[in-house]
Design a protein around this ligand. Structure first.
Ligand code: NDP
Ligand code: 2IT
Length: 447
């Protein structure tokens, strides 16, 4: 039994060399969960965390497709089936050139805890490809998605593993993936979530991650009798999560002043209102343009190339782009500019050093596995609707999403409240996520 955090991490490091993102995610969990295991006899001595860091199954496969010039392209496909103790594997697919085993294992590991927190019966998984969707035609995207699913289909199923979107995978890609699955299996099932509304999708699923991130921040602010009203909000990213985090922030009376992509960020001192956001949604989702184009249409805004938006003064920061996009220096800048609340829309966007700064300053800080869980939670609601062969209304799904985010917030307080009253949401989310999965694993025996 590797009982000290150091001993455990050293062992995991040797077994997972060259996987820095995975080790980072494991370390953050181990630091809070191992002391809990040591204090609780039912978990002690059972190597539960050691079992949880080992994926139940890793599938890697070749994806060959033909581009518009007639050239044969070769990509790599992955599915990490991390833990199925509390339900079928569930988690997104990421298409991005940076995708590798380390990134997908970190995402799958986080997903196990996140899905446990949602209160719904979902295990954890993640997958994707090093395919780069940027600059590809719709036909190339279709051919790639079809090729990807022509292998993945044999490893997934509505009761086995239910993928969804993530970076580079949105409604268009889910459509192509679903089409090929249906053809290969001759079955119309809820094998993917994030589907279109006319073919099994759920209302509010496109909005859910961004909305949920803001609902969670709202719950945190309420502990201080505060709200989004008249707050200045800085958001990174301009994809699915960022867009709907911005929309909900605006609805709640806040002023959103930034959005970004991997090339740079825009700062609009007058605020990005609903009309401007509609422009961004069209630019990013339909025209597949770059955020820099915003300043051509709204010249009072500024574009800064090659930088993240954390230098812009704000009350609330919502990192919604990617992992490790906010480091300790950025955290210091945010704090010195008076930021009081950080709710992660992305997965692990804050580095370890940044989280330490937020905790030291005792501001409201929510880790992605709690605050961005609204996306997968609504995927769970999509699975429920598919099983019922029924669709709930927008209001019904939104109410359930709000309730789930509140339940996650409550359980984070239960496990994360410190003696001085400060709520350590990282500790709360990790332990609460762990307990449910660990109990199921213990009940099912050594398998
Ligand atoms: P999208 O593909 O819709 O958008 C991603 C955004 O992040 C784009 O603006 C993109 O810019 C930017 N981005 C991607 N990679 C980088 C990078 N290396 N550096 C800087 N910016 C980058 O993805 P989502 O909005 O769906 O996902 C965003 C984050 O939220 C991810 O961490 C994802 O794991 C997480 N998440 C997503 C959920 C969902 O339901 N979609 C659920 C929970 C978490 P560019 O166009 O230049 O690449
Ligand atoms: O990181 C995530 O939670 C997601 N990309 C969503 C996963 C899902 O199955 O909806």
């Amino acid at each position: 039994m590797k009982q000290t955090i150091k001993e455990f991490l050293e062992y995991v490091k040797i077994r997972n060399q060259g996987e820095p993102e995975f080790l980072q995610a494991v370390e953050e969990v181990a630091e809070t969960v191992i002391p809990y295991i040591v204090k609780n006899d039912i978990y002690y001595g059972k190597n539960i965390l050691l079992r949880m860091v080992e994926p139940e199954r890793v599938v890697m496969f070749r994806v060959c497709w033909v581009d518009d010039h007639g050239e044969i392209q070769v990509n790599r496909g992955f599915r990490i089936q991390m833990n199925s103790a509390i339900g079928p594997y569930k988690g997104g697919l990421r298409f991005h050139p940076s995708v590798n085993l380390s990134i997908l294992k970190f995402l799958a590991f986080e997903q196990v805890f996140k899905n446990s927190l949602t209160t719904l019966p979902m295990g954890g998984g993640k997958g994707g490809s090093d395919f780069d969707p940027k600059g590809k035609s719709d036909n190339e995207i279709m051919r790639f998605c079809h090729a990807f699913m022509s292998e993945l289909f044999r490893h997934i199923g509505p009761n086995t593993d239910v993928p969804a979107g993530d970076i580079g995978v949105g409604g268009r890609e889910i459509g192509f993936l679903f089409g090929m699955y249906k053809k290969m299996k001759n079955e119309f099932t809820g094998v993917l979530t994030g589907k279109g509304m006319s073919w099994g999708g759920s209302k509010i699923r496109p909005e859910a991650t961004g909305y949920g991130t803001v609902y969670f921040a709202q719950n945190m602010l309420e502990t201080k009798d505060d709200s989004f009203k008249n707050k200045t909000v800085v958001i990174s990213g301009s994809g699915n999560v960022a867009q709907f985090a911005a929309e909900k922030s605006i609805h709640l009376g806040a002023k959103v002043v930034t959005l970004s992509d991997s090339s740079g960020y825009i700062y609009d001192p007058e605020g990005i209102d609903e009309d401007k956001l509609a422009y961004v949604m069209d630019l990013k989702n339909e025209k597949r343009g770059r955020i820099s184009e915003y300043v051509k249409v709204y010249p009072n805004a500024e574009y800064t190339a090659g930088k993240t938006p954390w230098g812009v003064a704000c009350d609330i920061a919502l990192p919604c782009a990617t992992q490790n996009e906010l480091d300790d220096k950025d955290a210091e800048t945010l704090l010195s500019n008076g930021c009081i609340c950080v709710s992660e829309g992305a997965n692990m966007p804050s580095t370890k050093g940044a989280v330490e700064k937020f905790h030291k300053a005792k501001i409201l800080f929510a880790p992605g596995k709690a605050s961005n869980a609204g996306g997968v939670a609504t995927s769970g609601l999509e699975m429920t609707q598919n099983s019922l062969r029924f669709n709930w209304t927008r209001e019904e799904v939104d109410t359930k999403l709000k309730d789930i985010m509140e339940d996650i917030h409550d359980i984070c307080i239960e496990y994360g409240k410190e003696e001085d009253g400060y709520i350590d949401y990282v500790k709360g989310a990790n332990i609460a996520g762990f307990v449910k999965v660990a109990d199921a694993m213990l009940a099912q025996g050594v398998i």
